[in-house]
Design a protein around this ligand. Structure first.
Ligand SMILES: CC(C)(COP(=O)(O)OP(=O)(O)OC[C@H]1O[C@@H](n2cnc3c(N)ncnc32)[C@H](O)[C@@H]1OP(=O)(O)O)[C@@H](O)C(=O)NCCC(=O)NCCS
Length: 402
């Protein structure tokens, strides 16, 4: 608390005879150091789940190793339980996930009846919130209940996204196939076809890249909600709302617009210079933390995109992307983030752009849930302060006298 003498100084400056409680609070906020805009660089908590300190590590494992050697199911297990699963643990986890994938008919009906103009990401946010009403333990927040909800959501979210996609196109819904991998089942739910091993692996790798990233904005949102004692569905619903924004997860839906607008590697340099001159932000570039070093997910996914590209159009898009990358580095010293290659990867898998951010949600449910569990295990309400910049205390004038 600020010293009485400083309150008295402020009271004198504002011509207030008797220092009040409100004045003391205002004096305190003024005395606080002004935080960097956007909480840039501020450490706001502790986590044992992931760190960006040296690249990206999830529970101590480098993202490159996980992408090249693990599956998304193993990574989701790792995030939720803290250790990689054994064969047996993974088989059990996959069986529980498959069982959890059932979605109540009322939710499917809701997804069918939402107006057609509602974007998949908005429909998903609504459906996740509505799922809470059908959950076995809607408001329970103990460890077992939250883990159960997390696993149910992990299984259900792919079904929600595929159902909305197929219902709005008048297509039959596809049943989950417990024999398929997480990514294979997701592809099957969406397309109705047996996935190729190549597509399945590429989608799986993208989900691993999206699974968790320390205290990013949507995860912090989830933790704030959890810190109030609220439930996991509320935290995840809020996190989906945060992820949707174009500065966060929503950026992946805008990346293709950039690539297609450039249309040829030769036009990349001028396009980038014009964008910078107009102070336009190019989706897929820049990162709050990965500024002085590359986003490791973008590096590994760029290689995967090159490995995946087979058609002339896909090779051409890779060349355009490389030309834009070079120009962004030359003119603004900005590097690509995870969304830059992932948009190309999802296009190669045949997804519409409006599905890109919902796919991000599927992956991040594991990370959000792990963070909610961590917050609940050692909770203190997250309730920060602000520097007050409004008018000093003043005399209220009743309406009749204004
Ligand atoms: C991610 C992002 C929000 C981080 O923002 P931030 O940490 O607040 O970055 P800053 O505002 O400090 O940016 C520093 C400078 O780089 C510029 N910049 C940042 N990202 C840019 C981008 N994608 N395209 C063009 N310029 C960009 C800013 O305009 C600013 O320029 P200035 O100093 O001339 O004013 C930002 O890079 C961005 O908007 N990227 C595009 C959206 C995106 O891809 N989001 C997904 C992130 S994983």
């Amino acid at each position: 608390m600020i010293a009485d003498v400083e309150v008295a100084t402020l009271a004198r400056a504002w011509g207030i005879a008797k220092p009040t409680h409100v004045l003391a609070n205002v004096a305190t906020t003024i005395a606080m150091k002004k935080p960097a805009a956007g909480l840039d660089g501020l450490i706001v908590g502790e986590t044992a789940i992931s760190t960006l300190d040296h690249g990206l590590h999830l529970r101590g494992f480098a993202i490159e190793d996980l992408v090249r050697q693990a599956t998304y199911s193993e990574v989701a297990y790792l995030l939720l339980h803290g250790e990689l699963p054994t064969h047996e643990q993974l088989a059990d986890f996959r069986a529980i996930l498959a069982e959890a994938a059932e979605v109540p008919p009322a939710i499917l009906q809701l997804l069918e009846e939402l107006p057609l103009h509602v974007a998949p990401m908005d429909a998903l946010r609504t459906a996740i919130s509505a799922l809470a009403h059908f959950d076995e333990q809607p408001n329970e927040t103990d460890d077992t209940a939250s883990l159960g909800k997390a696993i149910r959501l992990l299984g259900q979210v792919p079904v929600l996204i595929a159902a909305r996609q197929r219902l709005t196109r008048g297509l039959e819904l596809i049943d989950s196939d417990p024999e398929l991998s997480f990514a294979g089942n997701l592809l099957s739910l969406l397309t109705g076809r047996v996935p190729t091993a190549r597509d399945e692996r590429a989608l799986d790798q993208s989900l691993i890249c999206y699974a968790d990233l320390e205290f990013n904005t949507s995860t912090f949102t989830a933790r704030i909600v959890a810190s109030t004692g609220s439930d996991l569905h509320s935290a995840v619903t809020a996190a989906v709302g945060a992820l949707k924004g174009p500065l966060h997860g929503g950026a992946n839906e805008d990346v293709l617009d950039v690539l297609l607008a450039v249309d040829s590697p030769a036009r990349a340099d001028k396009f980038v210079r014009d964008a910078i001159a107009k102070k336009r932000r190019l989706a897929g570039f820049g990162h709050r933390v990965y500024r002085d070093r590359p986003d490791p997910r973008a590096v590994v996914l760029k290689d995967i995109c090159r490995e995946l590209a087979t058609t002339d159009e896909q090779h051409r898009l890779e060349e355009i992307a490389a030309a834009i990358e070079a120009a962004m580095w030359l003119h603004k010293q900005l590097r690509p983030n995870v969304d830059w290659p992932i948009a190309r990867l999802y296009r190669m898998l045949g997804f519409d752009a409006e599905l890109f951010t919902p796919l991000f949600v599927i992956a991040r449910v594991a990370g959000w849930s792990a963070h909610v569990l961590e917050q609940q295990r050692d909770n203190r309400l997250i309730a920060p302060r602000a520097n007050y910049t409004g008018p000093p205390p003043r005399t209220f004038v009743p309406l009749r006298e204004r």
